[in-house]
Design a protein around this ligand. Structure first.
Ligand code: HEM
Ligand code: HEM
Length: 469
């Protein structure tokens, strides 16, 4: 099929949206990080930690990551089905609605409107907009799949289908609520049931936004970049079905040692441990794809984003199941150790795969070469260094925090007051800020390099996968 048949305008639109929300989310993240050791930065209620935190999480998880995911999905869908997007105008509507929804979400969260359910903070009118936006997206996904000219469905398409269906179900069920007015509603669930549904949603929001579609990208763009077939299709299919099956049972590992029935907690632990197998199925598949061609890590600048990215995914999927065990969760829950877990996944795995996929696409769509390989390398090393400084510091801080909370004197009283534990963490929070700054610089380099590549000054007839540097 000829290039011109594909509609890339929406792919570009979402790519630039992802970069925009990434910068906004990170600036807020840096402010937030600084507030932890310099509380005077809570200048107004609009800039208070509680409000900024949700703007940061929503801005990055749903603004940046989802926009990157939509961009890559519209691209992969067309390429893998050898069919143009079924309804291009609907896709453009999706792009505008998405950006309007994120902007309104950020505004309402800044203003303090919040359901107080993590990752489901938006009030009901915005929930309705989100559902419409998702349906518009799903219609295009399934209509394009139905018209596909390629009979075989590559593994990435399965991951895209899983995300499309699951996110819709999770979002609707967890957000069922009774409105009291335009800005306030209450969930239809109460007490333990509410918590259970919330974390069934919360964990799978992580699973089906930060994992499933990112794996779709990994399976598509890694082989394209290195110009080698994926090691095993069978392994990719087995990993896929076992991953999506197991993920949905694990939500209660966020509710360990709470009034949630113990058997539900135990089921969550068992499935969390089980998840190591399908997660590592993908890691191993990636590594074996590189077999005999490891020199590409040096010679093809994009390869390292994918290989190091999947390595962080591998580490993340060992850390996750272990920190969900009863004994360890009793120590680590509420500590910065978990914040370290979150940011190894988001700043390592998610950002590395999305940025490399965007680099690949912009070159392929514009038939250009990357503006600067040196800048792409600088981007890689800065985000790697920033992320490591951030996460390793948070793990150490978390261990100290957990130990101080639990320390007792011979008479059974607590050794440290809560405020002493807070004050002891200031040095770590300062280092975290520096790590965040280094990572942010890497992202600024990325945005510049991407925009310049998009302008297309270096024309090329080669596939990005054939280019080495
Ligand atoms: C086998 C896979 C994984 C398992 C079993 C797992 C397990 C866990 C557990 C038990 C917690 C809660 C810790 C606590 O609050 O005490 C957690 C938190 C979290 N994990 Fe993972 N994790 C996995 C993979 C990932 C991946 C790949 C990401 C991608 C970024 C991720 C992102 C998060 C986030 C964002 C939270 C924070 C949730 C919150 O707001 O409390 N996890 N994970
Ligand atoms: C410059 C880089 C970043 C900085 C300085 C930063 C800073 C922070 C801070 C200070 C918190 C609050 C921690 C707490 O409550 O104790 C946080 C939470 C969070 N951030 Fe970031 N962040 C950065 C990058 C990212 C990225 C790239 C993503 C996603 C793509 C992300 C997603 C999250 C999430 C999901 C949480 C909630 C974690 C939880 O509930 O355990 N962050 N971040």
């Amino acid at each position: 099929m000829k290039e011109s048949v594909h509609d890339y305008s929406v792919v570009r639109g979402f790519a630039y949206s992802a970069l925009f929300w990434l910068i906004i989310g990170l600036v807020v993240g840096l402010w937030l990080a600084a507030e932890m050791f310099y509380p005077r930065l809570n200048l107004t209620p609009w800039l208070s930690f509680g409000r900024l935190r949700v703007v940061h999480t929503n801005g990055l998880a749903f603004g940046f990551a989802l926009a990157g995911i939509f961009s890559c999905t519209y691209y992969m869908l067309q390429r893998l089905t050898r069919t143009p997007i079924a309804f291009p105008r609907l896709a453009r509507f999706h792009l505008y609605l998405f950006n309007a929804a994120i902007a309104l979400a950020a505004l309402s969260l800044f203003a303090g409107m919040n359901t107080s359910k993590e990752y489901a903070e938006l009030e009901w009118p915005l929930d309705v907009v989100v559902v419409i936006m998702w349906v518009v997206f799903a219609v295009n996904v399934f209509a394009t799949l139905a018209r596909r000219r390629e009979k075989q469905m590559y593994i990435s398409l399965w991951y895209i289908i899983a995300m499309t269906v699951t996110v819709a179900v999770l979002y609707i069920i967890n957000n069922l609520s009774v409105p009291v007015n335009l800005f306030k509603s209450y969930p239809i669930y109460a007490g333990v049931n509410d918590a259970n549904v919330q974390w069934w949603y919360g964990h799978n929001a992580v699973g089906f936004v930060f994992t499933v579609p990112i794996l779709a990208m990994f399976y598509y763009y890694l082989p394209k970049t290195v110009n080698l077939p994926i090691y095993s299709h069978r392994l990719s299919i087995i990993s896929f079905w076992s991953l999506v099956f197991a993920y949905l049972w694990t939500g209660a590992h966020h509710l360990m040692l709470t009034p949630v029935p113990e058997w539900i907690q135990t089921v969550a632990i068992a499935f969390s441990i089980f998840l190591i197998a399908p997660s590592w199925g993908s890691v191993v598949n990636g590594y074996y794809t590189m077999r005999g061609n490891w020199d590409l890590m040096r010679t093809n600048y994009l390869t390292k984003f994918f290989v190091v990215g999947i390595t962080f995914y591998g580490l993340q999927t060992i850390q996750g199941p272990t920190q969900g065990l009863r004994t360890l969760t009793a120590f680590f829950h509420y500590t910065d150790y978990i914040v370290g877990h979150v940011h190894m996944g988001t700043m390592g795995w998610v950002t590395m795969i999305i940025s490399a996929s965007l680099y690949y696409m912009v070159q392929e769509m514009n038939r250009t070469e990357v503006y600067s390989v040196r800048l792409a390398n600088l981007h890689f090393y800065l985000i790697l260094a920033g992320q490591l400084l951030y996460t390793v510091t948070m793990w150490i801080a978390g261990i100290q925090q957990g130990a101080m909370w639990k320390a007792t004197n011979p008479d059974g009283s607590l050794t440290y007051s809560f405020i002493e534990t807070v004050a002891s963490l200031y040095p770590y929070w300062k280092i975290r800020f520096v790590g965040g700054l280094v990572y942010f610089l890497g992202i600024v380099v990325f945005v510049y390099n991407f925009v310049m590549t998009g302008r297309g000054s270096k024309k090329s007839s080669l596939d990005p996968g054939m280019r080495t540097a």
